[in-house]
Design a protein around this ligand. Structure first.
Ligand code: G6P
Ligand code: ZN
Length: 564
């Protein structure tokens, strides 16, 4: 007998506006009576899920299991026919994108706050994805937000909690629930993309001089990494670490960069590991880092694009390449050389989705440690790691006498294309007034053209930089023609260097200002110049950028909080 549907009265909460990556707040906020229920009902009020199939997954962070039960109860009361749920409430963001596409679901709800810390006093998030497997576009999230402002009641069935640890199909009130293995479909997907036999034979024959270490940072990727690296590729168990997903990520900050992924950095340095990698809480970001070799995300995507031929998925050709605006132009150079169409989109993975759906984009990436392709509609951390292993295996197949590592791939790329030195300075949680004043200062220079053609000399290096242009980045989507304005202020210099200032769209306290610096050095500059440390190659430009923006004065800080 179907349980009766109850209607519970509630009142709207302020601030339930989902960003690109859903609604993200402290766990305590979500735990308020009716808060989570209101938001979930508002999702169902904004979509047509009656009779549909919905995927539920997430990174397993604190408050996820409870929220899965809430979604099941409210979703069932709202007429969802079938739920596909990752075992133990776990599906990485890329795996969920794949499951939505593979089983032709109507959409999915992902419980994650990505790379932000988890636990009772930390962050939680609820994100809605649509049927192409990508994040809901703004017209959907705006609708959800409007509903949260007027909600008066939510519908719910009364049912005992579903045992999320049992794989299988169950009836649940008027609906069906299918608990699936979180990992299996994703492994099948990656096996269909990459040359696993080649990678395996390379890794097996170099078990002593090409060691791999993947750090899951206690996020969701642990079981995926175990399945891929240990079970499929035959690597020893010691090649994965921190691979048990924990609700609080072991107290860490699950973000793969040189600062937060220190467990990886330390282990790689201590043991001289040739190939290290990490992913974030929900598995969509990645960092590639071996002994003495750090791959900036901007270079990473350019190199993957250059080597696309080595990856079976791209055997039939690459449809196009793309990067977010602040990402270095390294990938543009690959597109130009190989004759691919290429795009510069605003920051945010959602901007790649339309191009992929239209068949014009195959490989793309962002400086914010996101890399991926049109195999799904989210960025994909483990995809990038396996792509690198595939590339290294292919490069070594063609180099029988010398073992090639990360740095060899990097330097060969620079010798062909030149190098785009790139760095990002983050000023986190600065007062909004200062951040806004900095933006206004640059807008004033834009309007008055006061910086145009001005030359700035670095005090320490003596390099001169002459401003060639200053503009506010705006984007018209080539497919749906939607316009996104004010996506960052760009200053270009006559040597091709570039500085971008942008306010983060993901911070939770105050404002976060990001300064992105890029300086191109042509192959003719020679190996010594191309091999310099990024900080060294960018020193003069960074000084000039800080001086002409007056950033330190506006923000009242001397040093960035994070440098990547
Ligand atoms: C999320 C999005 C990325 C985006 C990043 C930018 O991770 O998924 O696509 O690049 O946020 O964050 P920011 O803080 O710079 O706005
Ligand atoms: Zn993430």
């Amino acid at each position: 007998m179907s349980p009766s549907i109850k209607e519970i009265s509630t009142k709207p909460f302020d601030g339930q506006k989902p960003g690109t990556s859903g609604l993200r707040k402290r766990v305590k906020v979500f735990q308020q009576e009716h808060y989570t229920e209101n938001f979930i009902q508002s999702i169902f009020d904004s979509i047509e899920a009656k009779g549909a199939t919905l995927v539920i997954g997430g990174d397993g962070r604190y408050f996820s299991p409870e929220t899965v039960q809430t979604i099941l109860k409210i979703g069932s009361a709202n007429g969802v026919a079938k739920f596909i749920v990752g075992k133990d409430a776990i599906l990485s963001t890329p795996a969920a994108s794949n499951v939505i596409r593979k089983y032709k679901a109507y959409g999915g709800i992902l419980l994650t706050a990505s790379h932000n810390p988890g636990g009772p006093d930390k962050d939680f998030g609820i994100k809605y994805n649509v049927s192409n497997g990508g994040p809901a576009p703004e017209n959907v999230t705006d609708k959800i937000y409007e509903k949260t402002k007027t909600i008066q009641s939510y519908k719910i069935i009364e049912a005992p909690p579903v045992d999320l640890s049992k794989i299988g199909e169950f009836s649940y009130g008027p609906s069906q629930v299918s608990i699936i293995d979180s990992v299996a479909d994703y492994v099948v997907l990656l096996e269909s993309i990459f040359d696993f036999p080649l990678i395996k034979s390379f890794l097996t024959s170099h078990s002593n001089d090409f060691r791999v270490l993947f750090d899951g940072l206690h996020g969701v990727t642990g079981p995926y990494a175990q399945a891929l690296f240990v079970d499929k590729l035959g690597l020893p168990k010691t090649s994965v670490q921190n691979c048990v997903p924990l609700p609080d990520f072991g107290g860490g900050h699950p973000d793969p960069n040189l600062t937060y992924a220190h467990t990886l950095v330390e282990a790689v340095e201590k043991n001289g590991i040739e190939f290290g990698a990490a992913s974030d809480g929900d598995g969509d970001r990645n960092m590639i880092y071996g002994k003495g070799a750090f791959v900036t995300p901007s270079d990473s995507v350019a190199i993957i694009a250059h080597w696309a031929d080595a990856i079976p998925y791209f055997k039939n050709g690459v449809k196009g390449l793309a990067r977010s605006m602040p990402t270095s132009k390294a990938i543009d150079l690959v597109a130009q050389k190989k004759g691919f169409e290429y795009f510069e989109v605003p920051t945010g993975w959602k901007f790649f989705g339309n191009l992929m759906d239209a068949g014009r984009l195959s490989i793309c990436g962002e400086e914010s440690f996101g890399t991926g392709s049109d195999h799904i509609r989210e960025k994909d951390g483990l995809w990038a790691v396996v792509a690198w292993l595939n590339i290294l295996a292919a490069a070594n197949r063609d180099s029988p006498n010398k073992l090639l590592g990360i740095n060899d791939i990097l330097h060969a790329h620079y010798e062909t294309y030149g190098r785009s030195f790139f760095s990002r300075y983050d000023y986190e949680e600065v007062p909004s007034t200062g951040a806004n004043a900095l933006v206004a200062h640059l807008n004033l220079a834009l309007d008055s053209k006061s910086l145009d053609n001005s030359t700035h000399t670095s005090a320490s290096t003596g390099q001169k930089f002459t401003v060639s242009n200053l503009y506010n980045f705006a984007y018209t989507d080539p497919i749906d023609k939607s316009v996104s304005k004010n996506q960052g202020q760009v200053i270009t210099f006559d040597d091709g260097s570039r500085v971008v200032f942008r306010l983060s769209g993901t911070g939770s306290e105050g404002a976060t200002v990001r300064m992105y610096v890029e300086r191109y050095v042509a192959p003719e500059a020679g190996a010594a110049e191309l091999k310099r440390e990024a900080a060294d190659g960018l020193k003069g430009l960074i000084e000039v950028a800080l001086e002409l923006s007056k950033l330190k004065d506006f923000l009242g800080v001397d040093k960035p909080t994070v440098i990547t």
